[in-house]
Design a protein around this ligand. Structure first.
Ligand SMILES: *[C@@H]1O[C@H](CO)[C@@H](O)[C@H](O)[C@H]1NC(C)=O
Ligand SMILES: *[C@@H]1O[C@H](CO)[C@@H](O)[C@H](O)[C@H]1NC(C)=O
Ligand SMILES: *[C@@H]1O[C@H](CO)[C@@H](O)[C@H](O)[C@H]1NC(C)=O
Ligand SMILES: *[C@@H]1O[C@H](CO)[C@@H](O)[C@H](O)[C@H]1NC(C)=O
Length: 569
C-alpha cells in the first residue's frame, strides 16, 4: 500500500470503547467532564466515528455523511455514516447510508459528494474499493424521495461508473466532487488523482449522470504536489451577492501535505478551461482555508439561506495511545460561511450565524480599554473552556513597528521563532485561552505588526508551545499573514473555544487558524481566559465580548430529548 493511501486511511482510525453500548452517552458532558474526559468537545460535531464525506442541504434538512467502521476502531469495512440537522449545530445520527456490500465497493465505501439533480433528486457519487482493490467511482440515489431524512440509499446497477483505465493508477483515483451542469446541459465532475507524480483533478462529462467520458486534459494539475484528495470546485460570490454560476470566479481546492489549499480563477464552461490568478504553493500567495489543523474539507451551497458553507475535518494532535484512552479521535470544524473577500484575491470565512444561538446570557462586555505595554488582564464570568470571544484592537500609530525581513516567507516558522514569549514592539497582543491560573499553561492567539518597504505586514499566530504541561503532544505554533492594512483598518479576532479545540478568525475571517489543545491544568472550571499585550507600545481594545457557550445536542435518533429540534428556536 502506498504512503499516500495510508495517510488517507488514518482519517478513519478512531474511537475505541464508546461504540459498544450507546453513542448517546457521548453527548452528556456530565458523564465525561469529571471522569477523565476533559478534552471532549461540547458544541463541535463528532460522529460516532469520524471523517466527513459530502454535506448537503435538501428540502429543509442538512445532511452530513462521514466515514465509519461499525465493527471496530481500526480502519476497515468503511461505510457512509449519516447525520441530519435543521440548524448545522444540533445533530441526529441516523442509520448507515452506504455499506460495502457489492463487488464495486466490497473493500470500502470511501469519500465522495452529493449533487442535487434537476427535479430535486439528490445523488451521491462516491469512491468504492472494488474486489481487486481498485478505486472506482459509483452512484447511489435515495430509495424513497418522500422520506424527509433520505435514510435509505440504493446503488445503481451500472456501477462502477468510472474505473481507472490507461494511465490512471488504481491507488490514486478517488473523491469525486459535487457535479455541475454546463450551459450545454452536460454534467461535469472532478476526481482527485496522481499521474506521473503530479496531483490533479481529472474531469469527466456525462449526459445522463451514468455514462461518463474522461476529457483529454484534467481541469488543473500541479507538478509541486502529489495526490490531490477531496478536490472541490465551486463558484464564489462576494458578500451579500447571490452565487451566480459562470459569472463569478471559481475556487479550486485540493487536499495535500495535510493541508487544504485553494486557488481562484475564471472558469469557461464552453471549453472547460480554468484560468488561474495564482497557482498552488506559489511563493507569497499560497492560499489556505486554515493555517492550523484542518483537512479534507468540503463545501456545499445552502440554497435556502443563499450561502456557501465550508466544513473541515480537524484531527487530533495527541498520540494514538491518547486517542485509544479517550476513546475517540477527530471532529468537525464549526461550519463556516465563505465569500470572496473585497480584494477579490482570497476567501473570507465566518462561523455560521446559527452557532450564536449557543451563546448564553453570561457575557463579558468591555469597551475602550487600554492594554498597557507588557500587561495581562483576565476576562471573567464566562466558562473559559467553552466560549466564543470577539475582540477589536486599535493599535494607534505605527511609527514604532519592527522592520520586516523579506526572507520571512513562512508565517508558521515566524510564529515559532517569535512565539508569544518573545517581546516585540507592536505586539504580540491578543488572547490567552485555555490558560491556567498562574499562566503556566496558555494558548496564545496574537498579532504582530511589522513594517516592510512598501506596506505594513500583519502576522497572526496561534501558539501552542506552552499549551500543556503534558509531554507527547504536538505543540505547533501556527501562523498566517493577514491581508489587511493596519493604517486603515482595526484588527479583529474571534475565537471559538471548546475544551480541546480553538478555532480563530483573524481580520474578520481573512486568516483562520484551528488548533487542538490538551491542557493538564486548564480544564473545565480551571480554565481561564485573558487578554494580553507583550509589545513595548500600548494597544487599545475598542470592544471585547466573551460568551459562555451552551452544549449542542448531538445524539442518535432514539436518544433525542426533544423532537427534531432547531425549528422551535
Ligand atoms: C469487517 O466486518 C466483518 C463482519 O462483517 C468483521 O468480521 C471484520 O473483522 C471487520 N473488519 C474490520 C477491520 O473491522
Ligand atoms: C416513503 O417515505 C414516506 C414518508 O416517510 C412513507 O410514508 C412511505 O411509506 C415510504 N415508502 C416506502 C415504499 O417505504
Ligand atoms: C461519450 O463518448 C461517446 C462515445 O465516444 C459519445 O457517443 C458520447 O456522446 C460522449 N458523451 C459525452 C457527454 O461527451
Ligand atoms: C520562544 O521562542 C524563543 C526564541 O525563539 C525560544 O528561546 C523559546 O524557547 C520559545 N519558547 C517556547 C516555549 O517554545
Amino acid at each position: 500500500m502506498s504512503v499516500i493511501q495510508v495517510i488517507c486511511l488514518l482519517f478513519v482510525l478512531v474511537s475505541h470503547g464508546i461504540e459498544g453500548s450507546d453513542h448517546g452517552q457521548r453527548t452528556q458532558r456530565s458523564l465525561y467532564t469529571s471522569k477523565g474526559q476533559p478534552y471532549r468537545t461540547a458544541y463541535h460535531f463528532q460522529p460516532p466515528k469520524n471523517w466527513m464525506n459530502g454535506p448537503m442541504y435538501y428540502k429543509g434538512v442538512y445532511h452530513l455523511f462521514y466515514q465509519y467502521n461499525p465493527y471496530s476502531a481500526v480502519w476497515g469495512n468503511i461505510t457512509w455514516g449519516h447525520s441530519i440537522s435543521y440548524d448545522l449545530i444540533n445533530w441526529v445520527h441516523l442509520d448507515i447510508a452506504l455499506n460495502p456490500t457489492d463487488p464495486f465497493d466490497i473493500n470500502g465505501c470511501w469519500s465522495g459528494s452529493a449533487t442535487i439533480l434537476p427535479d430535486q433528486k439528490p445523488a451521491i457519487l462516491y469512491t468504492g474499493r472494488d474486489t481487486e482493490n481498485r478505486q472506482v467511482q459509483n452512484l447511489a440515489v435515495p430509495k424513497n424521495l418522500s422520506d424527509p431524512f433520505l435514510r435509505e440509499w440504493s446503488k445503481t446497477p451500472h456501477n462502477p461508473l468510472m474505473a481507472p483505465t490507461n494511465d490512471i493508477d488504481p491507488d490514486f483515483f478517488r473523491d469525486p466532487t459535487t457535479a455541475w451542469l454546463g450551459p450545454d446541459k452536460i454534467w461535469r465532475v472532478l476526481v482527485g488523482a496522481q499521474i506521473d507524480g503530479k496531483g490533479m483533478a481529472i474531469l469527466y462529462k456525462s449526459k445522463d449522470f451514468v455514462k461518463w467520458n474522461r476529457t483529454k486534459n484534467p481541469l488543473h494539475s500541479s507538478t509541486k504536489t502529489k495526490m490531490w484528495e477531496c478536490p472541490d470546485f465551486y463558484p464564489i460570490n462576494g458578500k451579500d451577492q447571490v452565487e451566480d454560476q459562470f459569472k463569478t470566479k471559481y475556487v479550486l481546492k485540493a487536499s495535500f501535505h495535510d493541508q487544504d489549499h485553494y486557488i481562484v480563477g475564471k472558469y469557461e464552461p464552453e471549453t472547460d478551461t480554468y484560468e488561474i490568478e495564482s497557482d498552488f504553493l506559489d511563493d507569497g500567495s499560497d492560499l489556505r482555508y486554515d493555517f492550523g489543523k484542518f483537512y479534507a474539507s468540503k463545501t456545499f451551497y445552502d440554497s435556502e439561506k443563499k450561502r456557501r458553507i465550508l466544513w473541515g475535518w480537524v484531527a487530533e494532535s495527541d498520540s494514538e495511545a491518547d486517542d485509544k484512552n479517550k476513546g475517540w479521535s477527530g471532529l468537525q470544524s464549526i461550519p463556516r460561511s465563505i465569500v470572496l473577500g473585497k480584494s477579490g484575491r482570497q476567501l473570507v470565512q465566518w462561523p455560521v450565524k446559527e452557532v450564536e444561538r449557543l451563546r448564553s446570557k453570561e457575557v463579558f462586555d468591555l469597551r475602550n480599554k487600554e492594554v498597557k505595554r507588557r500587561s495581562v488582564f483576565e476576562i471573567t464570568g464566562v466558562t473559559a473552556s467553552q466560549a466564543d470571544v470577539e475582540v477589536t484592537f486599535d493599535v494607534g500609530g505605527l511609527e514604532k513597528a519592527e522592520l520586516f525581513d523579506p526572507s520571512w516567507v513562512d508565517p508558521q516558522l515566524l510564529c515559532d521563532q517569535k512565539n508569544a514569549s518573545v517581546r516585540g514592539k507592536i505586539g504580540p497582543f491578543g488572547l490567552l485561552v485555555l490558560a491556567s491560573k498562574e499562566l503556566t499553561e496558555q494558548t496564545a492567539i496574537f498579532f504582530r505588526i511589522f513594517e516592510s518597504s512598501d506596506k505594513y505586514v500583519v502576522l497572526m499566530c496561534s501558539d501552542q508551545s506552552r499549551s500543556s504541561l503534558r509531554g507527547g503532544l504536538k505543540k505547533t505554533a501556527y501562523g498566517a499573514f493577514v491581508d489587511l492594512d493596519p493604517n486603515k483598518e482595526k484588527i479583529t479576532l474571534r475565537s471559538l473555544i471548546d475544551h480541546s479545540i480553538v478555532e480563530s478568525f483573524g481580520g474578520e475571517g481573512r486568516s483562520c487558524i484551528t488548533a487542538r489543545v490538551y491542557p493538564k491544568l486548564a480544564i473545565d472550571k480551571e480554565a481561564h481566559l485573558y487578554a494580553f499585550n507583550y509589545g513595548s507600545k500600548s494597544v487599545k481594545i475598542l470592544k471585547l465580548n466573551a460568551w459562555s457557550m451552551k452544549s449542542a445536542q448531538i445524539v442518535p435518533m432514539k436518544r433525542r430529548r426533544r423532537p427534531i429540534y432547531g425549528r422551535e428556536e
